[in-house]
Design a protein around this ligand. Sequence first.
Ligand SMILES: Nc1ncnc2c1ncn2[C@@H]1O[C@H](COP(=O)(O)OP(=O)(O)OP(=O)(O)O)[C@@H](O)[C@H]1O
Length: 256
Amino acid sequence: MTTTTLTRTAARVENAVKVYGSGDTAVRALDGVTVGFRAGRFTAIMGPSGSGKSTLMHCAAGLDTLTEGSAHIGDTELSALDDRRLTLLRRDRIGFVFQAFNLVPTLTVAENITLPADLAGRRPDAEWLDALIDVVGLRDRLHHRPAELSGGQQQRVAVARAFAGRPEVVFADEPTGNLDSRSGEEVLGLLGDTVRQTGRTVVMVTHDPVAAAHADEVVFLADGRLVDRMEHPTADKVLDRMKAFDTAASRPGGPS
Ligand SMILES: Nc1ncnc2c1ncn2[C@@H]1O[C@H](COP(=O)(O)OP(=O)(O)OP(=O)(O)O)[C@@H](O)[C@H]1O
């Protein structure tokens, strides 16, 4: 039994293979990845460009399907769900933050945050929302529209929206990609604070060692394979590990 199966995981994939295309042009974006994302923690997925980070996130979150293997949110195996139930699972149990903030420009900050719940016909938990608004520091902006906010503030709204429904896991794909470094730091600090203050789970794809250093743990992909995990990362340690991808010793199947 591996550590992964002994620890409670909010999301996991087992023997995940993803092949895009077919024949001569087929790309094996995931090549047998088994990884669990621990509940109540902030995990970063790192790796060189094209290593399969976004593919892993999309398949783990039910935005895309695996070619082989399985993906689970909690105890639910995603391939067992039809399209309708998968849509409901994404809506009810997962939050998303993307590089583009994806806010609705005609709605206020408050309306954007509660939009998923409103669309689902659910009343958001008022106490939870109230606490969340303080964590993201948007109380004095609730009646503004996205265009009246800075990029960093808009991404804070997207973070609040992702957590508003108390999801089991929030997936973030390069959430600071459109932000200057200071705003990026704020959003990353916010993701970490939200995890630590609320016990929620975040899985973030990034190629930036400074961003990864905000996480509790980093998992490293190379050539579609999981090659390492690192607890308590620092930017320097992550950068050093990334540099090692160029050496033969770090290649899958190579000496460790
Ligand atoms: N829709 C697609 N069709 C064909 N190939 C794809 C598709 N999406 C990704 N790929 C390929 O799969 C591999 C993994 O891509 P992926 O986007 O998951 O990597 P990544 O680590 O997130 O890269 P980056 O850091 O550059 O965003 C790459 O070779 C990519 O070109």
